[in-house]
Ligand binder design. Structure first.
Ligand code: FAD
Ligand code: EPU
Length: 343
């Protein structure tokens, strides 16, 4: 029996800590639960104005209003080795497994590939949604397949890597199939022999400080955890959803023009003629780092992160993001695209 709560508070279910309500909230623990719930929703006479919203850990969402519809809290658990060959293990995880717990479990078994993605908040089911990434690794690098239930047609579909259109913080589930599927499990292909990624950011420096003699995946995860803890706000203390915007990409020509005016501007080559700019640098250079307006602010150590310092509303955060976008566009003629899902 699925428990359904009417007019449920979502405050504890989103990392911004926004006090909003869902018309209906239901937690699902199995694929059978999902099919049963979708059936109930279909048969419901009173039709809410919004399609069902699937919620994992709520760490990449900004609620700007109450949700006049069904919120489905994904609680599907389980981590299982389903196949292996000489070099790889195939690990299937329930969409409602905590992502960091999944990483720690992989490291404990010596399965390599996700150690650079330690401490990213949220659930397994959301990991392919925006192709989560950090410290030189993205989910697409270890993704094998996922199972999902089509919300309207109530059928199960299997998606392999080529079906997912993974891009930088992007997938088919944020584009053509937006709000169409409930992801129920994800299968990752992890390595028996580790390939270390230590070149990105401050990993090497952190490893040196830790005096690591023989490199291993746990040391990399520890280094990443150390770096993340030193600059990212903890959502259990300060409401946030990580990077609010994506790092924008511009042409090499446009970058060289900007460099003339702003010699310190930070950019990384992407392919032959594109440059990915550090949005955090642009926002800081536009004067927003540490900015505070009432209870909403721009984090003092990482300008790309907008924070709810106490009782800010989703509208307050959204308005600040609009103001930041306008000022970055005015100063650098660069448009920032939001990474966080706005509801
Ligand atoms: P939610 O916020 O619950 O949902 C995100 C989106 O996915 C929503 O549109 C939701 O409807 C949909 N969704 C969720 N689960 C399912 C499902 N099972 N089926 C269908 N749709 C679903 N992200 C990075 O990529 N890299 C980082 O380094 C990073 N660092 C962060 C640091 C902090 C402090 C915070 C707060 C966030 C960070 N994030 C980062 C963003 C966030 O953690 C990830 O996007 C994460 O994958 C979101 O997981 P979630 O379960 O909380 O998703
Ligand atoms: N920077 C500034 N000022 C700031 C913030 C950053 O000048 O206020 C500069 C830094 O000094 C650095 C560069 O910008 O030279 C990049 O900063 P950082 O290494 O902190 O990474 P980021 O580009 O801001 C991205 C991801 C993060 C991910 C880290 C590590 C995006 C949108 N964000 O942040 O992902 O954890 O790299 O790989 O791509 C998320 O998606 O929510 C997220 C946190």
């Amino acid at each position: 029996m699925i428990q359904i709560i009417e007019n449920a508070s979502l405050k504890k279910l989103n990392s911004f800590g926004m006090e909003v309500q869902a018309k209906y909230l239901a937690a699902v623990h199995s694929s059978v639960d999902i099919l049963e719930l979708l059936d109930t929703i279909c048969q419901q006479n009173e039709k809410p104005s919004q399609t069902p919203l699937v919620l994992g850990g709520g760490s990449n969402i900004l609620f700007t209003k109450n949700y006049d519809g069904w919120v489905i809290k994904n609680e599907l658990k389980g981590i299982e080795l389903i196949a292996e060959d000489d070099d790889h293990v195939y690990i299937k995880a329930g969409a409602g497994e905590n992502w960091h717990h999944f990483v720690i479990n992989a490291i404990a078994h010596n399965w390599a590939g996700v150690e650079n993605l330690a401490l990213i908040p949220g659930m397994v089911g959301a990991s392919p949604m925006q192709n989560i990434g950090a410290y030189g690794v993205e989910i697409k690098d270890v993704f094998h397949c996922l199972e999902a239930v089509h919300i309207k047609e109530q059928r199960t579909q299997l998606f392999y890597k080529n079906d997912c259109a993974f891009g930088y913080r992007d997938s088919v589930f944020k584009q053509a199939y937006k709000n169409e599927f409930v992801i129920t499990s994800v299968t990752y292909r992890l390595n028996k022999k580790p390939v270390f990624h230590t070149k990105y950011g401050a990993i090497e420096e952190a490893l040196e400080k830790m005096q690591v003699q023989t490199l291993h995946i746990k040391a990399i995860a520890d280094a990443v955890i150390h770096i993340r803890n030193s600059k990212l706000p903890d959502p259990s203390i300060t409401g946030n959803a990580g990077s609010f915007f994506k790092n924008p990409t511009i042409s090499k020509m446009a970058f060289m023009e900007l460099q003339k005016q702003f010699p310190a501007i930070i950019g990384y080559p992407v392919g032959d003629d594109q440059i990915k700019l550090a949005a955090g640098w642009l926002i800081e250079a536009a004067g927003w780092k540490g900015f505070r307006r009432g209870d909403v602010g721009c984090h003092h150590a990482q300008a790309l992160i907008l924070v709810n310092l106490r009782n800010a509303s989703g509208q307050d955060v959204y308005q600040l993001s609009e103001d930041i976008r306008a000022s970055v566009e005015e100063k650098f003629a660069v448009q920032l695209e939001r990474e966080v899902n706005i509801i």
